[in-house]
Design a protein around this ligand. Structure first.
Ligand code: ADP
Length: 180
């Protein structure tokens, strides 16, 4: 699915984020930047051990929930990895929506600051962190569209969804948010 937003494009694809030829990919990291399972494990496995060495050296205190930090991308085709820390779902009344939106925005600001024309996101928080899929999809799509409308960049934002159910949730979110 492709949506034009002025000079920018929003894409939803089903696939593996480690395979994306974009300027930056986003990792769904934990606040210790310690690596883990899910998309985090896949990125470190494909990108190599240099990424963890770099984040440990640059960010010894980790990264707060709702923020994102930058590293190079090791063996991956991307130039950068933005390690975003989404919230763990605790029922939705403990700031989770704001934290998820703020992690997403932090990545989009990093993209602009590092002159990235293209960025790929996974479904941050919607796996092990338990954020309800439809709510996470709505939040990430709305946050991205608001950002892109305001800043008119980055030129390409691609959501890379691992399975069909996740892709479907994001497609529904786009239908809800984009005026047609
Ligand atoms: P979190 O801990 O933030 O919930 P997870 O990695 O557990 O992060 O899950 C986030 C999403 O990433 C889930 O939808 C999961 O299916 C998906 N995912 C796992 N591996 C990959 C991958 N290689 N590329 C893209 N998405 C992936």
């Amino acid at each position: 699915m492709i949506v034009k937003l002025g000079p920018c494009r929003l894409e939803l694809v089903q696939g593996d984020i480690t395979q994306q030829h974009v300027d930056a990919i986003v990792n769904a990291a934990n606040s210790r930047l310690a690596g883990g399972g899910g998309v985090d494990g896949a990125i470190h496995q494909a990108g190599g051990p240099e990424i963890l060495r770099e984040t440990a050296a640059k960010y010894p205190e980790g990264c707060a929930t709702g923020n994102a930090v930058v590293s190079t991308a090791g063996n991956l085709p991307a130039r950068f990895i933005f390690h975003a820390v989404g919230p763990i779902w605790k029922g939705g009344r403990q700031g989770e929506p704001e934290q998820l939106a703020s992690a997403c925005r932090a990545c989009l600001f990093h993209a602009i600051e590092h002159h990235c024309d293209s960025i790929a996101f996974p479904a941050i928080s919607a796996g092990a962190y338990g954020y309800p899929l439809d709510l996470a999809a709505n939040n990430l799509i709305k946050t991205t569209m608001d950002f892109v409308r305001w800043h008119q960049k980055p030129a390409l934002v691609r959501f890379v969804l691992f399975d069909q159910g996740t892709w479907g949730a994001f497609a529904r979110a786009v239908e809800e948010v984009v005026p047609r």
